[in-house]
Write a protein that binds this ligand. Structure first.
Ligand SMILES: Cc1cc2nc3c(=O)[nH]c(=O)nc-3n(C[C@H](O)[C@H](O)[C@H](O)COP(=O)(O)OP(=O)(O)OC[C@H]3O[C@@H](n4cnc5c(N)ncnc54)[C@H](O)[C@@H]3O)c2cc1C
Length: 503
């Protein structure tokens, strides 16, 4: 029996594989696609996931060649500009990286850490009992064990079964695993279609920015909105958003141009399409994140109706779940620890749903009412406090997990992502988190790891200016489990030695 099967080699499934690999678990990742995805869906990452990549020492590797990596200069909040000029200490960072490259780098890293990625394998059935989960898989043509390849052990006519102690569905918004596990996905579907395309640049679009009075960025018209932008030389990104339904088939150039004509009333001089797609935004949240030994993460658990949050929330879901699964598999975590995945992460998705629904509404509302709302909020967003509040929300730094009612739990850092303190020896806290192990950072307040956690928690004794606490106990996902001077043994025992939840 395997330890963990991950369904879906998208960014979330692969992030989970990396995190499990660091914890010494060798997961198997199953993906129905025979090859890595090449759709340029997301253009980048924003928020706490960037801090986490920094913790893992991956930031340099992931930002190599990126057109932008750094503090966010602003953010189009539902088409109302949010500007962070002069706010050099806001937490929100952006890393422009195309999704296929992100997936390739994550897959490389997961493989380095011992994960096995099996492509061309579609999960079609699920059965679970108290010991494990059995997945039925359809193996694609041309894949070892697939149709026509002859039956191997456990393989019959292109079908096989795999069994594991835990299964995680990172299989996207239309998650089959979620459906097989009987978990509902309530929410709403937008009544607008967004058609997007990357086009070989016809520079005339940008040399004449006044084509149809268009400006780079989103342009609002009575029948919809048109996007024109470019993130790399030679490629124009264009988008058209209009009321209507989408049948689900591939988008053709003719269909895209017809949508442009409906909204603008004229053609755009766009070059040859490199890639075209259509999506309808949805706002949905899984009824449960856990069904027995099956967990959901990323788009399988939540869909947000506006951009910028999906990968941040999804990939940090993975980091939250990985260390808990690993602890349980190693006999160190109690069963309740696995339940904290949902109790910690669902509120994060609820909050992201709230702000992305607000963005979608702000973007959608038409006519003079819409103009007035956007004008008013443009004024409000110019206030520093509003900009800081939204930056923290978009970043995820306003997330605070429960303290577990432990001594020291009232410290303001408990339940928060650890600040990136610079220690007297020059190291940053991020550098202590490379191995994704729990760290006791003793900043002069003392503290001894109890015997049952020794060898599991790394102890770092250091000094820094203005220490925020005598000591910090940092979880593998970067969150502070405990801070202060009293109650370390209880906190360490609770989180890292399998003590009962209410000890
Ligand atoms: C046009 C567009 C632009 C976007 N821009 C951004 C952005 O800028 N920032 C951002 O954060 N997000 C953005 N998103 C959203 C982002 O792409 C998704 O949130 C992200 O892909 C979700 O990752 P995931 O790993 O959860 O799921 P997915 O990426 O959907 O991966 C799921 C994987 O599961 C596999 N799979 C599905 N079913 C099965 C099965 N039964 N058996 C085996 N394998 C299966 C699929 O083949 C796929 O590889 C954008 C999306 C689109 C469409």
């Amino acid at each position: 029996m395997e330890d963990v099967l991950i369904v879906g080699a998208g960014p979330v499934g692969l992030m989970l594989a990396c995190e499990l690999g660091l914890a010494g678990i060798r997961p198997i990742v199953l993906d129905k696609r025979p090859e890595p995805g090449d759709l340029p869906k997301a253009n980048g990452l924003g928020g706490q996931i960037i801090d986490l990549l920094d913790h893992r020492g991956l930031l340099e590797r992931f930002s190599a060649g990126s057109p932008f990596s750094g503090r966010a200069p602003g953010f189009p909040f539902g088409s109302v500009p949010l500007r962070f000029a002069g706010l050099d200490d806001i937490p929100l960072r952006l890393l422009m990286i195309q999704q296929p490259r992100l997936e390739r780098l994550l897959a490389e890293r997961a493989a380095e850490l011992g994960a096995e990625i099996r492509r061309g394998q579609e999960v079609v059935s699920l059965a679970q009992d108290e010991h494990g989960v059995t997945l039925g898989i359809e193996v694609g043509p041309g894949v070892e064990g697939g149709p026509g390849a002859g039956d191997g052990p456990g393989v019959e006519g292109g079908r096989r079964e795999v069994r594991a102690r835990y299964v995680v569905g990172g299989d996207g918004g239309r998650s089959r695993l979620r459906e097989l596990a009987g978990v509902g996905f309530p929410g709403t579907t937008d009544d607008e279609v967004l058609r997007m395309g990357h086009f070989a640049a016809d520079v005339s679009v940008f040399e004449s920015p006044q084509v149809s009075g268009l400006q780079p960025g989103w342009n609002r018209r009575p029948y919809g909105r048109v996007l024109l932008t470019s993130l790399q030389p030679g490629v124009v990104i264009a988008g058209v958003r209009e009321k209507g339904a989408y049948s689900g088939g591939p988008v053709t150039r003719e269909e895209f141009m017809a949508a442009v004509r409906r909204v603008l009333g004229e053609d755009l001089p766009l070059g040859k399409p490199i890639w075209l797609s259509a999506t309808v935004s949805q706002a949905r949240l899984a009824e449960r994140y856990r069904a027995g030994r099956v967990f959901l993460a990323g788009d399988a658990a939540h869909l947000f109706p506006a951009g910028g949050s999906a990968l941040n929330v999804g990939m940090t879901d993975a980091a939250n779940l990985a260390w808990k699964l690993a602890a349980r598999l190693r006999g160190r975590g109690a069963e309740w620890l696995l339940d904290t995945y949902e109790s910690e992460r669902r509120p994060v998705a609820e909050r992201a749903l709230m702000q992305t629904r607000a963005q979608a509404a702000l973007d959608r509302v038409e006519g003079e009412d819409g103009e007035a709302l956007r004008a008013l909020l443009t004024e409000v967003f110019a206030h520093e406090q509003a900009a800081r509040h939204l930056a923290a929300m978009l970043h995820g730094s306003d997330t605070r997990y429960g303290s577990g009612n432990l001594p020291g739990g009232e410290h303001p850092l408990v339940g928060r992502f650890v600040p990136d303190l610079v220690l007297a020896d020059g190291r940053r806290v991020a550098e202590l988190m490379r191995a994704a192990r729990p760290v006791l950072l003793d900043l002069g307040g003392g503290g001894t790891v109890p015997g049952d956690c020794a060898g599991w928690i790394d102890v770092v004794r250091a000094r820094c200016d203005d220490p925020p606490a005598g000591a910090l106990l940092i979880r593998p996902d970067g969150y502070v489990a405990w801070a202060g001077t009293d109650g370390l043994a209880q906190a360490a025992g609770k989180w890292f030695a399998g003590a009962p939840a209410h000890a």
